[in-house]
Design a binder for this molecule. Sequence first.
Ligand SMILES: Nc1nc2c(ncn2[C@@H]2O[C@H](COP(=O)(O)OP(=O)(O)OP(=O)(O)O)[C@@H](O)[C@H]2O)c(=O)[nH]1
Ligand SMILES: C[S@@+](CC[C@H](N)C(=O)[O-])C[C@H]1O[C@@H](n2cnc3c(N)ncnc32)[C@H](O)[C@@H]1O
Ligand code: SF4
Ligand code: SF4
Length: 331
Amino acid sequence: MSMIDPFGRRIEYLRVSVTDRCDFRCTYCMAEDMTFLPKRDLLSLEELDRLCTVFIEKGVRKLRLTGGEPLVRRNIMELVRGMSRHLESGALHELTLTTNGSQLARFAGELALAGVKRINVSIDTLDPDKFKAITRRGDLSIVMKGLDAAQAAGLHVKLNAVALKNFNDREIPSLMRWAHGRGMDLTVIETMPMGEIDQDRTDMYMPLSVLREQLDEEFTLTELPFRTGGPARYVSVAETGGRLGFITPLTHNFCEGCNRVRVTCTGTLYMCLGQDDAADLRTPMRASEGNELLANAIDEAILRKPKGHDFVIDRLTRKPTVSRHMSVTGG
Ligand SMILES: Nc1nc2c(ncn2[C@@H]2O[C@H](COP(=O)(O)OP(=O)(O)OP(=O)(O)O)[C@@H](O)[C@H]2O)c(=O)[nH]1
Ligand SMILES: C[S@@+](CC[C@H](N)C(=O)[O-])C[C@H]1O[C@@H](n2cnc3c(N)ncnc32)[C@H](O)[C@@H]1O
Ligand code: SF4
Ligand code: SF4
């Protein structure tokens, strides 16, 4: 029953974008003016539960809810609580989410009670004005309260920061010291060209190989075998005693170890974050009460999983070849 793609990679990690909406408009992720999907096109929470359950029956062991902002989806805790039955049965090994933290103060306790052990929170800067500028509408003090609540609830928090040239690249050491001081891992991420935003992406791209060289001058970094099942490669930092992860789709492709696929809030399956090919799962799911058609559609799609991404910015049009925004598939 397990899902193996044409390159022999076992698919055990499902990322579900439960909404394309978000209360922030991070400049590298979205344009200021976004047209979101009409609510009527969304899968219901029951349908998302059914879809995830079929994937778990087919071998998914790690499930991440993302978005858009997963915690702005109405009644999202119903889905989280529903999925915790698969944790209890042992079929699912990890249930987690990636969030901008704006709603964490409200949800952290409930997430922990539902069996979530670990979450990823995206913070690109500790400067409140820069935070407002990069998110266009976020309030850092609210996210900080969310982090406090998450840690008080016993959740392990990993911070995500997208490395942005001339914006936060020089701040990464202080962000790392701060995260490690609070017992949180930090992963830095290369910006990926997905969807049109309001500026030229090449201006903000910071290769992490350059950041690594800068960090090597100040810190003692040692490669670690530690893995989460995600794409980050970790080092230990002797000076802080913490862990730093690098997500480098562009400078150091990690596709050969890919173990994941993504489903959007409309039931579209993307076999790769960095390609536009997709399969409609909503139609086969709604066509019958049983799950056979759905399971067959998943099997057919997995056979089309590409070897790797196609993250390129067209030289002439300056547009990314992957046209959808990161928020559609949740990263
Ligand atoms: N190119 C590429 N980027 C990915 C992939 N999975 C995650 N990312 C990027 O990694 C960044 C962090 O993603 P997260 O949602 O925190 O997930 P994760 O890194 O898998 O999480 P962990 O379970 O903590 O390892 C985001 O910018 C994602 O877009 C992937 O399969 N391919
Ligand atoms: C799309 S967001 C969705 C979850 C949630 N709203 C958040 O920000 O954590 C998931 C992750 O993708 C990252 N991201 C968004 N756009 C990106 C891009 N163009 N390149 C690299 N990472 C990106 C975000 O920083 C975040 O860590
Ligand atoms: S990165 Fe996350 S918080 Fe920022 S706009 Fe995209 S979906 Fe929203
Ligand atoms: S870019 Fe595509 S193939 Fe590469 S790791 Fe991400 S999802 Fe997998």
